[in-house]
Design a protein around this ligand. Structure first.
Ligand code: CU
Length: 117
């Protein structure tokens, strides 16, 4: 009657650190009549970022087809979009929710610089 129930204790110390070097960078963008602030986002190829787009007035949109981004941002709301900058180049983004007289000017640019090797 020797209960050799040697339990394995979870002392897995080698794997217990989630290092911060993978921490995703956040980029805050304000959407308002009739602009994005900032209206220019510069990334490097391979960057992974989290766009936090906040409308501080009416409903706006964020359309960036190359990266499959098509978001609706309600009045006063914030939308989080993960972006993996895997395509170098310059891409225009714009508001795609009619938001008033300056709607068509509500644009910005994403620049993804090719990775230096
Ligand atoms: Cu608009």
């Amino acid at each position: 009657m020797n209960n050799h129930d040697s339990k394995k204790i979870g002392n897995n110390h080698k794997n217990n650190k989630t290092n911060n070097h993978n921490k995703i960078r956040e980029i805050e963008i304000i959407a308002k009549n009739w602009e994005f602030i900032p209206n220019k986002i510069v990334l490097e190829e391979g960057d992974k970022v989290l766009l936090k787009i906040k409308s501080i007035d009416v409903a706006h949109g964020m359309l960036l087809p190359t990266y499959g981004i098509h978001a609706f941002i309600g009045p006063g709301k914030e939308v989080k979009i993960e972006l993996h900058a895997d395509t170098p180049g310059e891409f225009d983004f714009r508001c795609n929710v009619p938001c008033g007289i300056g709607h068509n000017d509500m644009r910005g640019k994403l620049i993804v610089k090719p990775k230096k090797s």
